[in-house]
Write a protein that binds this ligand. Structure first.
Ligand code: NAP
Length: 340
C-alpha cells in the first residue's frame, strides 16, 4: 500500500522562502536505497541561512539535514539494513570516509539541489546511514548529524583532543553544547562563553569548567588567559566569525588548534595573522564529517551514555515556530521536530 508522506518545502516569497506543507505519496527505494519513516528532525543555524537563500536552492526544496527514523522498506540490493532498524542519514550522504572532496557539498541534505529530512518518509542510499545508538530516542539521535558530528570532527578527528586539555566553546547552541559534552566526557576542561548568565548556569550543570559572559566581559580572551594561569587554551570551537576571531587567536595557546566552524556574526573577516604565526597555532577548517566519523561519534556517545541537550520539541504543524525559536537565539542546545 502506498503511504502518504507530509513534507515541508521552501518556496520563494519576496526576499526569503516560505515554508509550505504538502502531502505526497511516500517515495520508493531503488535497488541500493532504503525507505525511512522519520521519527524526528532537528534544526541548525544553517537552516536559517538556507531559508533566507533565494538564489541557490531548488524551488520546493525539502529543508533540514538532521534526522533519525526507522527503516520500513529496502531495495533489492540492500544488505546492510532491514525493516525495523533505527538509522540516521549522514549530512554528506556520499562522504563515506577518507579525505574530503569538493563534490560532497552539492549533495548535502537539505540545501541547494538536495532534499532534506523534514518529511514523514525519505529514501536514501544505504551507504549513507549509521545505526542509532540504543540509549538514544529518535529525537535525541536527530540532533547528531550536523551539530554533533561537527564538534566530533573538530575535537577528535582533527583536533587530537587529550584528557586535561582546555577547550573554549562559543555560545550555547547545538554545536557548542556537543563540544561541551564530548570534551568533558574525555576529561578536558571546557570554558563556555555566552551572552546569558542563565545559560552559563545551565552549562555549568553540564560540566563546564569555567564560564564567561561575553556581553558583560567582552574581552573574554583576557579572562580566558587568567583562568588558565596564563597558559591560554588548547582548542577553540570558533563559531562566531568576524566578531570573535581575533579574540580566538589571542586566546589560543602555543601549538593550539582553532576549529573554524561558524559564521554567526557574518563572513567577512580580517584575521590577525601575526600572533597565529608566533604561537605556531593551527586553524582547522571543519565541515561536518563523513559516515565513518559519524559511526565513531555514535560509538563514543554510546560508550559515554551521552544524551544530546534538547531545548524544545515541536510538532509537525509547529515547524514555523521552531524556526522562530532558532532565529531568536534564546535556545540552549537543540530544537527538534517530532515527526512520529
Ligand atoms: N562548518 C560546519 O560544518 C558547521 C556545522 C554546524 C554549524 N556550523 C556553524 O556553526 C555556528 C553555530 O551553529 P549552531 O547550529 O550550533 O547554532 P545555534 O544552535 O543557532 O547557536 C547559536 C548560538 O550561538 C551563540 N552566539 C551568537 N553570536 C555569538 C557571538 N558573537 N559569540 C559567541 N557566541 C555567539 C548564541 O549563544 P548564547 O546565547 O549562549 O551567546 C546563540 O544562541 C553557525 O555559524 C553554523 O553555521 C558550521
Amino acid at each position: 500500500m502506498t503511504q502518504n508522506s507530509r513534507s515541508y518545502h521552501l518556496v520563494r516569497s519576496g526576499e526569503t522562502n516560505k515554508l509550505i506543507c504538502s502531502d505526497n505519496a511516500a517515495p520508493k527505494p531503488d535497488h541500493h536505497q532504503v525507505l525511512i519513516r522519520m521519527g524526528a528532525a532537528s534544526l541548525n543555524y544553517r537552516d536559517l541561512l538556507t531559508r533566507q537563500d533565494i538564489t541557490s536552492n531548488r524551488a520546493g526544496l525539502i529543508p533540514l539535514s538532521d534526522g533519525a527514523g526507522t527503516v520500513v522498506a529496502v531495495g533489492s540490493e540492500v544488505s546492510q539494513w532491514k525493516e525495523g532498524d533505527r538509522v540516521s542519514p549522514n549530512f554528506f550522504p556520499n562522504w563515506h570516509g577518507g579525505a574530503f572532496s569538493l563534490t560532497y557539498p552539492a549533495k548535502a541534505l537539505g540545501g541547494g539541489q538536495t532534499d532534506g529530512v523534514l518529511s514523514d518518509y525519505i529514501v536514501t542510499e544505504e551507504s549513507s546511514l549509521v545505526e542509532v545508538a540504543s540509549h538514544l530516542t529518535l529525537a535525541e539521535a536527530a540532533c547528531l548529524p550536523c551539530a554533533g558530528l561537527t564538534a566530533w570532527q573538530a575535537l577528535f578527528e582533527r583536533g587530537g583532543l587529550k584528557a586535561g586539555d582546555t577547550v573554549l566553546v562559543q555560545g550555547t547552541g547545538g554545536v557548542a553544547l556537543f563540544g561541551l559534552q564530548l570534551a568533558t566526557a574525555y576529561g578536558a576542561r571546557v570554558i563556555m562563553i555566552s551572552s546569558s548568565d542563565a545559560k552559563l548556569e545551565r552549562a555549568r550543570n553540564f560540566g563546564a569548567w569555567q564560564t564567561i559572559n561575553y556581553r558583560t566581559q567582552p574581552e573574554w580572551d583576557k579572562v580566558a588567559l587568567d583562568l588558565t594561569d596564563g597558559k591560554e587554551v588548547d582548542h577553540i570551537l570558533e563559531l562566531g566569525g568576524p566578531d570573535t576571531y581575533n579574540r580566538s587567536i589571542a586566546a589560543i595557546a602555543a601549538g593550539g588548534r582553532i576549529a573554524q566552524i561558524g559564521v554567526l556574526t557574518g563572513f567577512a573577516l580580517q584575521p590577525d595573522i601575526l600572533p597565529l604565526m608566533f604561537k605556531n597555532a593551527s586553524i582547522n577548517g571543519i565541515c561536518v564529517g563523513s559516515v565513518t566519523h559519524f559511526e565513531r561519534l555514535n560509538r563514543y556517545i554510546s560508550d559515554h551514555q551521552i544524551h544530546p541537550v534538547i531545548e524544545q520539541v515541536f510538532g509537525f504543524d509547529d515547524v514555523p515556530e521552531a524556526y522562530e525559536l532558532l532565529k531568536s537565539a534564546s535556545h540552549f542546545g537543540k530544537i527538534v521536530i517530532d515527526l512520529s
